[in-house]
Design a protein around this ligand. Sequence first.
Ligand code: ZN
Length: 197
Amino acid sequence: MFYTESLEKLVKELGKFPGIGPRSAQKLAFHIMKTPKEEARELAQAIIDIKEKTRYCSICNNLSEGERCAICVDPSRDKNIICVVEEPNDINAIEKTGTYKGTYHVLMGAISPLDGICPDDLKIEELIERISAGAKEVILATNPDTEGEATAMYLGKIIKPLEIKVTRIARGIPVGGNIEYTDQATLAKAMEKRGEL
Ligand code: ZN
């Protein structure tokens, strides 16, 4: 092994990131090695800060620096409309369209029997509680891939008996696509043209 102990450790830690194989981990580690000390320190501090200062909103599971996220505490947001998404990053994508004025609920994933993710692993109970506490419409904005569709179908089935409007965002997002990577115009259209389940 030609690595120093600390370099080996950094490569090992970077290799734990999704999509980062051993070669990329090495490349990143060497890049950090060449980076000015102050910059490297800022990166390390940013990692510490996100763990210490950022948490999940107690209502919707969005990222937040307080108990409730900026959207949940915003009095101008319509609390009667809940848009259900898979990941906090999807909120970001929908917010960028600038057209949605309701609130969100992050499931923290999607139903995927192949990956061993069942409804109990997601924040579904919390969603039902919110709906029962008073909501007029639930928009299912899970990804249009197999897992996202399965999740939307499952949610549709359990929310419908609660007698509120359940809508699914319209097609336009490519099948197998991802909300996070959908352009703003397409996503805005999909939200606008949502259909009742
Ligand atoms: Zn929130």
